[in-house]
Ligand binder design. Structure first.
Ligand code: VGL
Ligand code: ZN
Length: 227
């Protein structure tokens, strides 16, 4: 499945039961960063625009920040004989399916939001991946599928029904957040396809994740199709 072949929902009207989830627009995921997503910087203007639109319509805006301790077990450098990009899956699912370069280490420049990302409209910032032995791609649930970040409860207490996801990376943090949003019972979950870019590791991962999202009932939007 290719992004250009997805069916895009038209005429979305944002309301106060909607939430925009802006995923990991941090220096390390942008060109020049440790785990750079190709063209990741090209989405920032659009994300700022859509955030302003959500804010104007009294919707919630949540940003996430990958926030690892030094020596995190998702880093290839934590193993004597591994390189970034190597396939690796821990038995409990906590780490994998690949290992990463050191990235988004707490307190470093790489972990900071990109300077052009407008944080003004965010009502909450969720930091994830803080457990040294468990990764957290999803904004809702750590990779062990047990420990929650608290985001679901937060959004439910705000009576949020629809979730719109943008940011980095399409096939990791956006993908897992979208799947979990459905599993946590939110009525409609959208990926904003022109406001996200993928890593595609292992190769083919973007296509496979789009396929899985379609099968899960996730919908697709873009910035031009909001009223
Ligand atoms: C991410 C890999 C490792 C992401 C975070 O934000 O998609 N990907 N950590
Ligand atoms: Zn990470």
């Amino acid at each position: 499945m290719k992004i250009n072949d997805l069916k895009i929902k038209k005429g979305i009207r944002i309301n106060e039961k909607d939430a925009l989830l802006v995923v990991d627009i941090q220096n390390d995921f942008l060109p020049g960063g440790a785990l750079a997503v190709e063209q990741g910087d090209s989405i920032i203007d659009g994300v700022n625009k859509i955030a302003k639109n959500f804010s104007k319509n009294n919707a919630a805006i949540i940003m996430t920040q990958d926030w690892h301790p030094k020596g995190h077990l998702s880093f290839a450098s934590s193993y004597p004989d591994k390189n970034p990009g190597d396939e690796y899956q821990s038995k409990d699912g906590a780490i994998g399916p690949v290992l990463w370069p050191d990235h988004c280490v707490q307190g470093t420049k790489g972990a900071e939001f990109h300077k052009d990302l407008n944080l003004l409209f965010a009502s909450a910032i969720i930091r994830k991946g803080r457990n040294p032995t468990v990764d957290s791609y999803s904004a809702f649930l750590e990779n062990d599928k047990v420990v929650e970040t608290g985001l679901s409860g937060y959004l439910k207490s705000l009576n949020i029904k629809r979730i719109f996801i943008c940011g980095l990376a399409l096939d990791y943090c956006c993908y897992y957040s979208a799947i979990d949003a459905v599993d946590f019972g939110f009525e409609e979950v959208y990926l904003l396809v022109d406001l996200t870019k993928g890593i595609d590791l292992p190769p083919g991962n973007i296509s496979a994740s789009l396929e899985n999202m379609i099968n899960k009932g996730i919908k697709f939007g873009n910035i031009d199709n909001f009223n």
